[in-house]
Ligand binder design. Structure first.
Ligand code: AMP
Length: 216
């Protein structure tokens, strides 16, 4: 089955997924496009070199490149697949649907722009596994300052979390990514929205996520 976790940059998709992974026994395969691209950048591959030019400016990497990478990954993955960061344009959504990769549900995590920008300035990430932490919120701090709890790697600030780039990414989301939600709805795919700025957001997300899996 395929679940799309959708939302603005810094809406908290990664953190919610990290929580849910620990709560369910069945393995879930999270395909996080940003993490996959950052890995390519780190390894200095051709794809990484190309992607870096766009990512550093807060722009989207061209659709053909992303479709190629993601449709292959989806096809070679079994079980519960969670897509984080794909599709991010109407063109990508169409490529997915035309390729017969139909999502079972789209779960949108909503926060307003001010919260997303605030989270960008507060976020540190693991260079290796991509796990995110916040500096200001005790609940999401690493146990040892600057070190990932999961893999012991150094935590860094993402360049695209700098204020200007974070703003640019929100504008790109509004123009290019948000319309994907309408398209999915038009195609009869269930879309649900969870307000990810409330105290009960984690429970709400868990309930909907488990509901989707159990319906399968
Ligand atoms: P993320 O970690 O999901 O915020 O993604 C970081 C960056 O990777 C984005 O700002 C884009 O430059 C690039 N990226 C991630 N997903 C996509 C996608 N589906 N299409 C194009 N570019 C993407």
């Amino acid at each position: 089955m395929k679940i799309i976790v959708f939302g603005k940059p810094n809406s908290g998709k990664g953190s919610r997924l990290n929580e849910i992974r620990k709560k369910i026994k069945e393995p879930i395969h999270v395909l996080a496009v940003g993490d996959l691209l950052r890995q390519e950048v780190e390894e200095g591959t051709e794809l990484g070199k190309l992607a870096k030019q766009y990512m550093s400016q807060g722009l989207l990497v061209p659709d053909e490149v992303i479709n190629n990478m993601m449709l292959n990954k989806i096809r070679e993955t079994q079980g519960i697949i969670v897509l984080d960061g794909y599709p991010r344009t109407v063109q990508q959504a169409n490529a997915m649907l035309e390729g017969d990769e139909i999502p079972d549900i789209v779960m949108e995590l909503y926060v307003d722009d001010a919260i997303a920008l605030n989270r960008a300035s507060d976020r540190i990430v693991c260079k290796k596994c991509g796990r995110t932490y916040t500096i200001a919120n005790e609940e999401y701090q690493p146990k040892q300052a600057g070190i990932c709890d999961d893999c012991g790697t150094q935590l860094v600030r993402r360049k695209d979390d700098e204020p200007e780039t974070a703003k640019k990414r929100l504008a790109v989301y509004a123009d290019d990514t948000y319309p994907v939600l309408n398209l999915m709805q038009e195609r009869g795919i269930k879309v649900i929205t969870i307000d990810n700025s409330t105290e009960h957001a984690s429970k709400d997300f868990e309930k909907e996520f488990l509901g989707a899996i159990n319906q399968k």
